[in-house]
Every structure is written in structure tokens, then in C-alpha cells.
Write a protein that binds this ligand. Structure first.
Ligand SMILES: C[S@@+](CC[C@H](N)C(=O)[O-])C[C@H]1O[C@@H](n2cnc3c(N)ncnc32)[C@H](O)[C@@H]1O
Length: 273
């Protein structure tokens, strides 16, 4: 059978497993399993032997609702390929907003010291370092597993990023710009998320405590009291922007919200004089 015929059969299995984008995912899995380009896929490349066995194992994993990026081992973020796997959050497209905020800030004040808190795969910190070479970029995470992926991704795209393991920004002594996409899902809501998230992504990357804001609250307090960056930019969940802006304003910061492409206030920027 050629790759497209195999993908047709694979799509029917994924549909039966309840996946919305079964056709697209089947094509990705077939192309990745066979190591072929889109052009070869449409030109009728034949799928056999080892590629067929690999695809079968991957389909079984996807039928168990393991995320596609854990199976293929990568996800694209800000135009680059990031290594991803179990133990690290899969970077989301809306998180690219934080990179844009940082790059705008850096074009106004080049050389600012940038710190990313809770770096996960390193997608934000590595993208900034690669887009604005010469910027001192430090990134923290509490998870050893996440930092293992972050180091791989830095090695591929921006080896000068400095990683340090620790609680929030505690290991950092100086920052002009702090960025963070911290866990912000309220603990009681995690079980109700789609299985790809609730069963597979690390709880430490999701769980923001009873109201979702426990870690954000702690980082705002640390920035306002000790670290005093010029700017703290935080990704927030649906409906959280106002509460986070209010938290910042209570410490004397000016707060602005930036919407994502869906019109949801996604990033809260806090600026101290
Ligand atoms: C929502 S994920 C974001 C990952 C990555 N920055 C991204 O946007 O794809 C949150 C990250 O914060 C880390 N984290 C959770 N609690 C932390 C803490 N107390 N200190 C530092 N990092 C923490 C998690 O391990 C996870 O990698």
C-alpha cells in the first residue's frame, strides 16, 4: 500500500478513537514513521517493513490519547523545531505572544537581562535568545526532566541560554525583563481537561493551585519586592487577566493586557518604575 492509502486506514482508526483532526494526524504519523516529505507522500511513496511496524506502535499510542508531539518527539514553536516528550509541557501557539513581547522590549532596550521562569522545553527562552543574539537569557524550572529537554533545545538553536533549577525566580539575582508561562489551571479543573492534557502532560506544568493563581501570585510578589525587573510579562488562562492585573497594581505596577488571536486576554504586562 502507498502512504496515502495507509493514512486513510489510519485516519479511520483515529476517528474511532475520538480524535477531531484524525486525517491530519494520520498523515503526520505516516510521514514521520516513513521519514518522507509531503511531496513524497503525495507522489505515492510506498510504506513497508520497519516504517509499517513503527506506525502501528504509534497509532496504538495515539489511540490511548497520548499527544501527537510526544509520539513524533517534536513540536514547532516560533518557526523552530523543539524536542518534546513525556515529562515536559508541549508549547502552545498562543505562548508565542510572550516571545513577541520580549522581542519588542529588547528592540527598545537592547542588552536587557531576560529571565524566563518555568521554562519547560525552553521554547520561550531559546526562541528569544535565537532571535536576539547577544541578549543575556537565563531560564529556570523546578523539573529536572523539563530542563533536560530545554538543554537539548538550546543546544540545537541557542546554546548560550543559561539554565538553572530552582523554585520560580529564587535562583536569579538580576533581571530587567521577566517572562513566565506558569501553571495556571485551577487544581479542581484538571481532571475535566481533554485526555491528552489531563492524563499525559506533567501535573507540575499544569496545576496552579486552588484558583490557578498560586504560582503567579508568588512570582508577582517576588518581582515587586526583591527582583524589581522593569517588566514582568505573564501568560494567563481564560478569564484570569483582570485578577492578575489587579495583583500587580496592588504592588504599584502599571498593568496592560494583550489579547491572543482568539481575542482572549492572554498576557498581562506589569511594569514598575
Ligand atoms: C505551563 S508550563 C510552561 C512551559 C514553557 N515555558 C512553555 O510555555 O511551553 C509551566 C512550567 O513551570 C514549571 N514549574 C512549575 N512549578 C514551578 C516552580 N515552583 N518553579 C519553577 N518552575 C516551575 C513546570 O515544570 C513547567 O515546566
Amino acid at each position: 500500500m502507498n502512504a496515502r492509502e495507509v493514512a486513510g486506514a489510519a485516519a479511520r482508526r483515529l476517528e474511532a478513537a475520538g480524535l477531531e483532526d484524525a486525517r491530519f494526524e494520520a498523515e503526520v504519523l505516516v510521514r514521520e514513521a516513513a521519514g518522507i516529505s509531503r511531496a513524497a507522500y503525495f507522489a505515492g511513496a510506498v510504506l513497508e517493513g520497519e516504517a509499517r511496524r513503527r506506525l502501528e506502535a504509534w497509532l496504538e499510542r495515539r489511540e490511548r490519547r497520548e499527544p501527537l508531539a510526544y509520539i513524533t518527539g517534536w513540536r514547532e514553536f516560533y518557526g523552530r523545531r523543539f524536542a518534546i516528550g513525556q515529562g515536559v509541557l508541549i508549547p502552545r501557539p498562543e505562548t508565542e505572544l510572550l516571545v513577541e513581547v520580549a522581542l519588542r522590549e529588547l528592540s527598545a532596550t537592547p542588552g536587557s537581562a531576560v529571565v524566563e521562569v518555568g521554562t519547560g522545553s525552553g521554547a520561550i527562552a531559546v526562541s528569544i535568545a535565537a532571535e536576539a543574539p547577544g541578549t543575556p537569557v537565563t531560564a529556570t524550572d523546578i523539573s529536572r526532566e523539563a530542563l533536560r529537554f530545554a538543554a537539548l533545545n538550546a543546544a540545537a538553536h541557542a546554546p548560550w541560554v543559561h539554565f538553572v533549577r530552582g523554585d520560580l525566580a529564587a535562583p536569579v539575582r538580576r533581571a530587567d525583563v521577566v517572562l513566565a508561562n506558569l501553571p495556571y489551571i485551577p487544581s479542581p479543573e484538571i481532571e475535566a481537561l481533554e485526555p491528552e492534557v489531563s492524563r499525559w502532560e506533567p501535573r507540575v506544568a499544569l496545576d496552579g493551585g486552588p484558583d490557578g493563581l498560586a504560582l503567579i501570585r508568588a512570582l508577582v510578589a517576588d518581582c515587586a519586592g526583591r527582583l524589581r525587573p522593569r517588566l514582568l510579562a505573564l501568560e494567563v488562562g481564560f478569564g484570569q487577566a483582570e485578577a492578575v492585573a489587579t495583583l500587580g497594581q496592588a504592588t504599584g505596577a502599571q498593568a496592560t493586557c494583550i489579547p491572543d488571536l482568539a481575542g482572549i486576554d492572554r498576557v498581562v504586562c506589569l511594569r514598575w518604575e
